[in-house]
Design a protein around this ligand. Structure first.
Ligand SMILES: [Zn+2]
Length: 276
């Protein structure tokens, strides 16, 4: 049995795939449980043009839900002509607060690497043009992303999401201007994640974010089950303990960080969502 989900204070889930089948069918309950766990706002992330359109629609229907639009690197091969124009159009919608997710992925090998780099570059330029933060996916590509961001010749506003690198990678991303967001994997007992836990202790208070990456990678004690935004309370408690910070203070700090980075309107929260 999984213990009840705790409530430690206000939280913002900075990365959830609310359009995924495992969440979308049950969205009102998912959002209700999220409110019960202290979540005030959720950033719903697009991974294709169609999915981006869908998360923008979800954000339009639910107070406290905001959207990021982009084509994730594992999907750039499938993109058809017109998909980029769709992203550019959606980026100007009122509840779209970020560009992404974009980035690079050497793990799945689903798209030629030069094509991934080209799409990553497009997203970065759009984010700069519109002055929006960028949401960056990185799988076995820390050095590649550090290199490509370095070539911009200017700091970039955004987040390295579901960070799994070491302290050296974290320092490089921070110096490029990014925030670093931690997902549920940090709670897994695998020794191979000790480097990540070490890195998490080194991120400055004002540059760390938290996320679920729902429905993927549910944190302990719900590991192996579909993830949902409410599970962020467990991840936040684990990270706070790791950093030696009271969890209520860590929740307040990461919420303030998310609101500052994504310019989330403080008055629009899940708490105020009108129930049908
Ligand atoms: Zn994602």
């Amino acid at each position: 049995m999984t213990p009840p989900i705790p409530h430690h204070g206000p939280l913002v889930d900075t990365h959830a795939h609310l359009d995924d089948d495992r969440l979308r069918g049950d969205l009102d309950d998912v959002l209700r449980r999220a409110r019960g766990a202290g979540l005030e706002q959720i950033l719903a992330i697009g991974t294709t043009a169609a999915d981006s359109r869908s998360v923008v629609a979800i954000a339009g229907r639910h107070r406290g839900v905001f959207a990021a639009v982009g084509v994730q690197p594992n999907h750039v091969s499938e993109a058809s002509s017109g998909d980029w124009e769709t992203i550019v159009d959606l980026a100007r919608e009122p509840k779209v607060v970020a560009i992404g997710e974009t980035g690079l992925d050497r793990y799945w090998d689903r798209a030629p690497f030069p094509l991934q780099q080209e799409w990553f570059d497009r997203h970065l330029r759009l984010a700069i043009e519109l002055d929006r933060p960028v949401v960056i996916h990185c799988r076995d590509c820390e050095a590649d992303i550090i290199h490509q961001l370095g070539q911009l010749g200017r700091p970039i506003r955004g987040v390295l999401h579901s960070f799994t690198g070491n302290a050296e990678h974290a320092a490089a991303f921070l110096s490029l201007g990014l925030h670093v967001s931690i997902a549920g994997m940090v709670t897994f007992t695998n020794r191979s994640l000790d480097g990540l836990r070490e890195a998490v202790r080194t991120i400055p208070d004002d540059r760390i974010l938290v996320e679920t990456d729902s429905p993927y990678l549910s944190p302990s004690p719900a590991r192996g089950r579909p993830n949902q935004p409410a599970h962020l309370a467990w991840t936040a408690a684990f990270i706070a303990a790791l950093r030696g910070t009271p969890v209520e203070q860590f929740a307040e700090q990461t919420t303030a960080n998310a609101r500052a980075l994504f310019r989330l309107p403080v008055e629009e929260t899940l708490e105020e969502m009108e129930l049908p």
